[in-house]
Design a protein around this ligand. Structure first.
Ligand SMILES: Cc1cc2nc3c(=O)[nH]c(=O)nc-3n(C[C@H](O)[C@H](O)[C@H](O)COP(=O)(O)OP(=O)(O)OC[C@H]3O[C@@H](n4cnc5c(N)ncnc54)[C@H](O)[C@@H]3O)c2cc1C
Length: 412
């Protein structure tokens, strides 16, 4: 046999799994189809700008991040705790008064903070902030139905919907309310940001825990039982064998390799613009409550994360949902300019990331711990086995590693 375990895929789940297996003393080979590690968490360095492959943030309050990631070593650059909302009246900043006391009065006077709405929002959020076990045990429904049930309407509902759209990448409210509450819980407990070197610093840190390099550009084409173990056929003709195989490929590829049904996926497009003058000095995520264009959120990245732009320049991100071809550059540019309150005519496109398969659909009822052992030493891991998030990928990778160790080192 070529190793104790072969891990297929070097995204967060595969790397997390491989490093826990390595720590347990097992020999591991990690095969990765693409030209680098990270999967959906990668960063392109373009003319000195750090552009993550799709705008995303690391939340240090995720339990798996707290347990398994050295966040201090990532030099996280945090966003402001709140949002800037564009609506018919202009731009309103709603900020956590404990972190941004100078914004407390404006926040409390805004139309988004009205007693009846706050009461309904508090009722909705109570389940998110209570014990996780109770949340997971309660009946699940769609996000939209959960807002209806709490009686949340008006501007605050619109705002919450706009914010969540950018996180779950759908705007019909069909995502599991339990999953959304788990996300809101993490936002309440932590302040998300991006590592100084870009989001790719996260997988790089995980990979540092491996005893041999990931085998890049080696795509697994099939997995089949062979001589009491498993054979992994790679696209370069190599056949590797091991007593255990962990399929940590993306949800669609994993389904193909294991013969399981593939989950539906949602996509997004992130436009990265270089600007000479920042449209504002705000380090908050910007939302459009009027929904008058395709951009679900925008931000001056370099206000929150100065390392994302070279000296003297600034970086703006604008993200849209992916539907069909997606909106044109002109539509995105105009809407992002309107949200940020700047003329976008001089903005230069640094790069555009069109991510077809960004997140697996998480419809209710959500099952946050799906089995990782398919039988006889074949395992599957990834965000699609837990929750569609960094937290889900990390926790899933660790669960798979534990299950493999139990099988291969029963006395350990
Ligand atoms: C644009 C975007 C924004 C996001 N925003 C956030 C956010 O703000 N917060 C958050 O918590 N989560 C966010 N996520 C979700 C999070 O990034 C993912 O849930 C997580 O990275 C999934 O990791 P994974 O290891 O399960 O899968 P993947 O990252 O998909 O990794 C799978 C790996 O397997 C490889 N592979 C596939 N097939 C094969 C094969 N046959 N052989 C070998 N290798 C193979 C792939 O190349 C890939 O490297 C976002 C995702 C995207 C795309």
């Amino acid at each position: 046999m070529d190793a104790d375990v072969i891990v297929i895929g070097a995204g967060l789940a595969g790397l997390q799994c491989a490093r826990h297996l390595t720590r347990a003393g097992l020999t591991v080979r990690v095969l990765e189809a693409s030209d680098d590690i990270g999967g959906r968490v990668r960063t392109d360095l373009v003319d000195g700008f750090r552009c993550d492959r799709g705008f995303q943030l690391l939340n240090p309050a995720y339990p798996a991040v707290k347990r398994d990631v050295d966040v201090r070593a990532l030099h996280l650059q945090s966003f402001g705790r709140g949002v800037a909302v564009r609506d018919a009246a202009g731009l309103t900043v709603l900020a956590d008064p404990t972190r941004h006391p100078s914004r407390a009065v404006a926040t409390l006077r805004s139309p988004y903070v009205r007693p009846a709405q706050l009461k309904a929002a508090a009722a909705w959020a109570a389940a998110a902030l209570g014990p996780v076990k109770r949340l997971l045990a309660a009946p699940d429904t769609t996000f939209a139905a959960s807002l209806d049930a709490a009686g949340l309407e008006g501007p605050l509902r619109t705002l919450l919907e706009r914010f969540i759209t950018g996180v779950v990448l759908e705007d019909e409210g069909t995502t599991s309310a339990t999953f959304v509450r788990l996300l809101v819980r993490a936002f309440a407990l932590g302040t998300p940001g991006v590592p100084a070197q870009g989001m790719s610093a996260l997988p790089a840190q995980l990979a540092a825990g491996l005893s041999r390099p990931v085998e890049l550009r080696r795509r697994a084409t099939s997995v089949s039982p062979i001589g009491g173990g498993w054979g992994v056929q790679a696209d370069d003709g190599v056949l590797l064998t091991a007593p255990a195989v962990v399929v940590a490929a993306d949800p669609v590829s994993a389904a193909r390799l294991t013969g399981s049904p593939a989950p539906a996926m949602k996509g997004c497009v992130t436009w990265w613009f270089a600007v000479d003058e920042p449209p504002s000095d705000l380090d908050f995520l910007h939302l459009d409550a009027t929904r008058t264009g395709p951009v679900v959120n925008a931000a001056v990245m370099s206000n929150a994360a100065p390392s994302y732009a070279p000296a003297g320049r600034h970086l703006v991100q604008a993200t849209t949902l992916l539907r069909g071809e997606g909106p044109s550059e002109a539509e995105v540019r105009a809407h992002a300019g309107a949200i940020l309150g700047a003329d976008p005519a001089s903005w230069e496109v640094v790069t555009v990331h069109r991510v077809e398969r960004a997140l697996p659909v998480q419809a209710p009822p959500v099952t946050v711990r799906q089995p990782v052992h398919l039988g006889d030493g074949l395992y599957v891991t990834g965000d699609h086995r837990d929750t569609a998030s960094i937290q889900g990928a990390l926790v899933s990778g660790r669960r798979a590693a534990r299950a493999v160790v139990r099988r291969l080192r029963p006395a350990g």
